[in-house]
Design a protein around this ligand. Structure first.
Ligand code: AMP
Length: 740
């Protein structure tokens, strides 16, 4: 049996992927095929004696799709550049057709062959050809519009499709008239509006689609989280192997700083393991014989041997990948305002066109006249600037957001952030710093606090313990000098702490037991009123370090994962806007509740694994739109599941790839800025949509023939003029999105 991962082209929905999967599984020689819609690939296990890869690719073709060869999980660029070329082509077409159709009206020079009065036939045919090319380039828009019409959910694309088809029919009819000798019909050609509207809509789609493939990258990153190689022990010998060579029951060796390769159980050794990516627990946990380890977690300070238990698809990481994919497939799109409006506008226009036709029929007009009225209404109703109304505002707003440290990856999030009802925060790394840090120091000496930290941090720099790493990080953040003085005789006293000489003085740093073992009389330094200092630190959730210099206790240092400075202020601001705040964490309830209380978060849900986190999001979505704010791998499913996923810039790549918005400066207050920008953007988009539709709506009664009794019929110049004015208005209005 062999396995291959093929990249598949042509799948658009779950019906495609399910169909292909069923088809492949029916073929002789294929043991098992699973098709992934999000990743656009198929993982196929096959009997190499019966089949080879080209034969499998033929099956894919027969099922109606295309195999693009072996999927090496590289990040895709191809599709984006295809869209870019289409847009460039449409831009050229738009310029050409505008020049040909409008240029001569304003007196621009033109080849005589295209002169509307001298050569009306060429004039019409060339425009027809240009508009047909535009229709081919924009056929996906028309297809989508048709699909939505059939499903009775007409959207922006349906409106565009309707406009394009009616403009084409109307122009074809008038082209026929030109051929028949009616040269006046040159004034009734609308080929240019076909090209212009497709051009505007394509720009819009291109702008909005730029960062769409986010989840794909998240899944690719997740797959990379396990190391490529591992050391296994066989027959007393150590051997480096790749992950797929590891079998259940193999003994794997993991050294400090390495990642756990597969899920398993420790057989020998003790260490601290950072499992925060699954559990959200900020502090690496101590693990020893019989404890379970998870693939992808990081081994801190000890050598361990563990037995491989869950490999491949069964592993915890694979399960997260599967759930991220599921969340993507089930994520219901949030309605975009332009689509919502089109949903009403399309039926309304059709009704008006039908009504006008009926009225003229009753008034006894002939069928030619009636068809003319019907199509003219549809033609003038189609707002060309509709395609620009939203994207232009979104581009301006994205620029504004990024100048404010907010990277907006999905434009829907800008349209919807102001409608959020609930904001869910992950605890570790989002509300807290995500690593241990010094929260408080009780100084019992006449040394300066910085000097104590400098000594402790320089010594801890030689230790791999999680506490040590937290202290070093704190010192770095505070720009405390490192490595200026020598650390000698460093000793790790396992289970107690450390001992070393720094600047020629002896230091002992560790727990109370370490002090007692070394006969350090704590009471000699601590005064009566300071007796409860250690309890104070402990009640506040700290690990306590006793620091002794030359066998005299000089300080107590409280170490914990500390809350980010402005977390409370951010939550307060959100609550003032009637947004419900929730904390969702894999950490234990006691710590979570304490932090929730100090920040002012109303609802705290603790002890949840990634899957449960996502389920909680689903429940919260019943009350309205949910924003999830997280940073870790354990948040990735929830970030995809939430209506808007927000990750903080200091977070993992996977979280950033799963989210719609990235806060680049690790500052939670940016959420409030995002909401403000969203509010302003929505205001501008609504105004833009008003202006996009306004002139066209004004034209509809004229198109329907209301002014015919006064001798005024629809003049294509009016329609062209309204198109230009609305585009200019929309553009100028969008430029107002310069400041929050
Ligand atoms: P362990 O069992 O390795 O987690 O260590 C037990 C206790 O020893 C810790 O909770 C600390 O109080 C102390 N300890 C161990 N290593 C260090 C260190 N590098 N710095 C300070 N305290 C330490």
């Amino acid at each position: 049996m062999k396995k291959v991962l093929l990249k598949i082209d042509g799948m658009t929905c779950s019906a495609c992927s399910n169909g292909l999967e069923k088809y492949l599984n029916k073929q002789e020689g294929i043991k098992q095929a699973s098709v992934n819609l999000v990743m656009n690939n198929a993982s196929i296990e096959y009997d190499e004696k019966i089949l080879d890869i080209p034969q499998i690719e033929k099956f894919v073709e027969k099922a109606g799709f295309e195999s693009l060869g072996i999927d090496r999980l590289e990040k895709e660029k191809k599709k984006a550049s295809n869209e870019k070329y289409k847009l460039i082509a449409l831009t050229i077409l738009a310029i050409l057709i505008l020049y040909i159709s409008m240029g001569q009206m304003v007196g621009l020079p033109i080849f005589d062959i295209l002169n509307m009065h001298h050569n009306p036939i060429y004039f019409a045919v060339v425009q027809f050809v240009l508009s047909m090319i535009a229709i081919i380039l924009g056929r996906d828009i028309l297809k989508n519009g048709y699909k939505n019409l059939v499903h009775k959910t007409p959207n922006m694309d349906t409106l565009v499709g309707l406009g394009v088809i009616s403009s084409l029919l109307y122009s074809l009819y008038n082209t026929y008239l030109i051929f028949a000798g009616d040269t006046e019909a040159v004034h009734h050609l609308y080929y240019e509006s076909i090209v212009i509207i497709l051009f505007f809509i394509k720009i819009g789609k291109y702008v909005e689609g730029r960062n769409k493939d986010k989840t794909k990258e998240a899944i690719q990153d997740l797959m990379m989280i396990t190391p490529n190689l591992a050391t296994i022990e066989k027959d007393g010998k150590q051997k480096q192997v790749t992950l797929d060579e590891i079998q259940k029951g193999d003994i794997v060796i993991c050294k400090p700083g390495e990642k756990i390769a597969v899920d398993g159980e420790i057989l020998d050794g003790t260490t601290h393991i950072d499992e925060s990516f699954i559990t959200g627990e900020s502090v690496p946990v101590k693990k020893t014989v019989n404890d379970k380890v998870i693939a992808g977690s990081i081994n801190y300070d000890g050598v361990i041997k563990y037995k491989a238990e869950k490999i491949g698809k069964e592993s915890t990481v694979s399960e997260i990948v599967r759930m991220v994919v599921e969340a993507t497939n089930t994520k219901a799109p949030i309605a975009k305002i332009a689509d919502t409006i089109s949903g009403y506008f399309v039926p309304a226009i059709i009704i008006i066109a039908v009504l006008a036709s009926i009225v003229w029929a009753i008034l006894g007009k002939d069928i030619g006249f009636i068809i003319n009225i019907f199509i003219t209404v549809l033609v003038v109703a189609c707002p060309c600037s509709l395609g620009l109304a939203t994207p232009l505002a979104i581009v301006m707003a994205s620029g504004l957001a990024s100048r404010n440290g907010i990277l907006v990856k999905s434009s829907e999030s800008l349209e919807n952030a102001h409608k959020i009802k609930t904001i869910v925060f992950d605890k570790t790394g989002t509300l807290t710093k995500g690593h241990l840090s010094i929260s408080k120091i009780f100084n019992y000496s006449d040394l300066k606090e910085e000097d104590i930290i400098e000594a402790v941090a320089n010594i801890e720099n030689h230790s791999e313990h999680p506490i040590a790493q937290g202290i070093v990080k704190y010192a770095e953040e505070k720009h405390i000098q490192m490595d200026s003085k020598e650390v000698t005789d460093f000793k790790n006293i396992s289970g107690y702490g450390i001992e070393a000489n720094y600047d020629k003085a002896n230091y002992l740093i560790g727990n109370k037991k370490l002090m007692l073992e070394n006969n350090i009389d704590i009471n000699k330094t601590i005064k009566e009123n300071q007796m409860n200092d250690d309890e104070t630190l402990e009640n506040d959730g700290n690990s306590i370090l006793f620091v002794a210099k030359e066998h005299m206790l000089i300080a107590l240092i409280g170490v914990k994962d500390i809350i980010k400075e402005n977390a409370k202020e951010v939550v307060d601001k959100l609550k003032k806007q009637n947004i419900q705040t929730v904390m969702l964490t894999g950490d234990n309830e006691k710590t979570a509740k304490a932090i929730g209380k100090s920040i002012g978060i109303e609802t705290v849900i603790a002890g949840v694994v990634p899957k449960q986190k996502a389920e909680e999001i689903t429940k919260l979505k019943e009350n309205g739109l949910v924003m999830m704010c997280g940073d870790g791998i354990n948040d990735s499913i929830s970030l995809v599941k939430a209506d808007i996923g927000v990750s903080v810039g200091s977070g993992t790549d996977i979280a950033m790839d799963s989210s719609d918005v990235v806060l680049m400066k690790d500052n939670l207050d940016k959420i409030n800025d995002l909401i403000k920008i969203s509010k302003k953007t929505m205001r501008i988009i609504k105004q833009n949509l008003f202006w996009a539709f306004f002139y066209n709506i004004c034209m509809i009664p004229i198109a329907a023939g209301i002014l015919i009794p006064l001798g005024i019929t629809m003049n294509p110049m009016f329609a062209a003029f309204s198109m230009t004015i609305s585009s200019v208005t929309v553009t100028l209005n969008s430029l107002r999105l310069k400041n929050i």
